[in-house]
Design a protein around this ligand. Structure first.
Ligand code: ADP
Ligand code: ASP
Ligand code: MG
Length: 418
């Protein structure tokens, strides 16, 4: 007997038929004798619609009320799944974040999980063989008693945190793809499914745009050593033998568990970037601080930074990227600080994309990035900025070339399936 967490995303619970399919997956594991906690997202499209309503109600709105509204999607899907499970003869009860409780920080809209009390659901596993159906994405801030949410894609994080709290043997993330691929299979038809991927690489994948797992869920899994397995919810529950060793999917595991290591593991991309260039700023000490301190004070994360060598020794150009959601605020902050910074012109672009090449093998291989620059040049793709770290590098390009660049690099590093 194992204890498992099964997480189902929005497309997997999109309507009652899909929820019935999910319930059959759950029943399969229950019938195999496992103790099961299920974590569900809101039905596909629901969270987007709730967010739109908040914006329509008032462009600037109270973050506590935003959370009260957007958390409701998961309440519905958890209740529906519990009903369908009961209809199949499975003992099940739904739980909202505040009921367990799942305690979080007070950062409404982007709260962090602090603690989960799994005692009651574990007691019910033992005493009633009851399945716990838990709302993903939401929790409660203890001191204020207000409902909080964890940021987009946060149900993954709920699932991994629940798995840690109840000491589950595995956390299965059921989604609309059957694992983690070498790149987004919707964009790269030749992408291959990875049998295993190291936590460090998955962290980069998630933070550089692959939305299959929320970044925070990977961090939590790494810290609490949760075995995370990404798999498809669209497989027919009846076709899966719960006693079989390994159904199709991707295991997120420690680096030491990966036998066959490639230099490049995969390519991620993100179009949620914006570029800001400050032209002809004085080339003297203190200017970078004059630019980046106001951005930090506005809680804007700066990612890539490129400073040109100044030709005349007096002025230089400085380019950096920010999340596109923060673009307007960043432009305003730099505009306000114009006198303190001292520059001639401010340029910006939102039609840019960041393409990232990821692989632990890069630690011990030189020249990996150079090959990419040559391949992109041969396709006439201009690189606007570059960043590198130990196990990845990223290039900023025109968004129009995203697909071409991703596919070019995917072939370049031998990732295409045969
Ligand atoms: P869910 O609703 O189940 O949480 P998401 O839409 O959040 O699902 O994440 C799954 C999606 O992630 C897939 O449909 C796929 O398009 C996208 N994706 C991006 N990069 C990858 C990748 N490298 N491997 C697998 N899926 C990826
Ligand atoms: N429903 C939430 C969202 O759409 C959480 C999730 O799906 O993980 O972001
Ligand atoms: Mg998701």
């Amino acid at each position: 007997m194992s204890r498992l967490v099964m997480k189902f995303g929005g497309t997997s619970v999109a309507d009652i038929d899909h929820i019935r399919n999910v319930a059959r997956h759950v029943k399969r594991e229950v019938d195999a004798g496992h103790e099961i906690a299920v974590v569900v997202s809101a039905m596909a499209g629901t969270t987007n619609r709730l967010i739109e309503w908040c914006g329509e109600a008032a462009a600037l709105h109270d973050a506590r009320e935003y959370d009260a509204i957007v958390a409701s999607g998961e309440q519905v899907s958890a209740g529906l799944l519990a009903i369908v499970l009961q209809d199949l003869g499975v003992v099940a009860r739904s739980w909202q974040g505040w009921q367990l409780p799942i305690l979080t920080s007070n950062a409404h809209g982007a709260a962090r999980i602090l603690d989960i009390n799994g005692a009651e659901i574990v007691r019910r596993f033992k005493e009633r063989k009851e399945v716990a159906v838990i709302t993903g994405f939401q929790g409660i801030h203890k001191e204020t008693g207000r409902i909080t949410t964890l940021g987009r894609g946060g149900s993954d994080t709920s699932a991994v945190a629940v798995a840690g709290a109840i000491m589950a043997d595995r956390c299965d993330i059921y989604t609309d793809v059957d694992g983690v691929y070498t790149s987004d299979p919707r964009v790269v038809p030749k992408a291959r499914r990875l049998e295993k991927i190291a936590f460090e690489e998955m962290l980069e994948f998630a933070s550089l745009g692959a939305k299959v797992l929320q970044v925070r869920s990977v961090e939590l899994g790494m810290v609490h050593k949760v075995r995370i397995f990404v798999r498809s919810s669209f497989d027919k529950p009846e076709d899966i033998d719960p006693y079989a060793n390994q159904p199709p999917g991707t295991l997120i595991c420690g680096e030491e568990d990966i036998v066959e290591q490639h230099v490049v593991t995969g390519i991620a991309f993100s179009k949620d970037e914006a570029q800001i260039s400050i032209r002809q700023v004085a080339d003297k000490p203190g200017v970078a601080a004059a630019i980046f301190v106001p951005l930090a004070e506005s809680s804007i994360n700066v990612d890539m930074i490129v400073q040109n060598v100044s030709a005349d020794g007096k002025t230089t150009d400085l380019t950096f990227t920010v999340p596109s959601a923060d673009y307007q605020r960043a432009m305003e902050a730099i505009g306000k600080a114009k006198a303190a910074i001292g520059y001639q012109r401010l340029d910006g672009a939102t039609d840019v994309a960041k393409i990232s090449v990821i692989g632990i093998g890069m630690r011990s291989h030189a020249g990996v990035a150079a090959e990419a620059f040559r391949a992109l040049a041969s396709r006439n793709i201009n690189i606007r900025a570059i960043t590198t770290s130990e196990i990845k590098f990223s290039v900023l390009i025109d968004a129009a070339y995203t697909e071409l660049a991703v596919r070019t690099l995917h072939s370049l590093y031998g990732l295409d399936k045969a």
